[in-house]
Design a protein around this ligand. Sequence first.
Ligand SMILES: N[C@@H](CCC(=O)N[C@@H](CS)C(=O)NCC(=O)O)C(=O)O
Length: 206
Amino acid sequence: MYTLYARNQAGSVAVEALLAACGADYKVVVLNRKPDGSFEDYFLAINPKAEVPTLVLPDGSVMTESAAMMIYICEQYPQAGFAPLPGEPGRAQFLRWQVYLAAALYGSDLRLFYPQRFTTDANGAEGVKAKAAEMMAQEFAIYADALADRSFMLGRLSAVDIYAAMLCTWAPDMGALFATHPNLKRMYDAVLQNEAVQKVWARNEM
Ligand SMILES: N[C@@H](CCC(=O)N[C@@H](CS)C(=O)NCC(=O)O)C(=O)O
């Protein structure tokens, strides 16, 4: 069984949705925060960076990094069809966008929501936040341009779309994002047609 350490509406959402959509045997442990905002102590022994998602695999080993988890899960459930497998057409684009979402958009999101963690300047947070918002807008535009008139980046629902849908929910103004990029709304609605994804969104109170 997989154990996913999670927090509602956080980066664990896409991993949880993919596990559910693949029909994996998994359980979710929703982490609580201590009064100082840090996660419970036992979690540090599992992930020294104390970040969600953290995934414990059926063999007991620990995985961090949401994009890597999603690529791995797709490979464990090839019949579910949420990624082109190595050697199949579309594999390069699958890897490209999976890593783009993690490295570019997820990164900008973290700087937007936790700007103080990205500067040693006591007055620097506002600048970090403003630049993150600017970069996020550009990164969504690049993604939307590549998506063009398709509903799914690779032509059929894949882990990339699930990841992108989660990231859309973190946009500072999702309505404005969808007004600027109607194809992102089309993609989002198409991802949410998947019943397993819908259930995970609901469990996360999204
Ligand atoms: N690169 C990591 C980033 C994970 C991350 O930063 N997660 C955030 C939540 S979305 C987190 O746990 N931050 C620490 C906190 O909330 O205290 C990944 O893709 O999994």
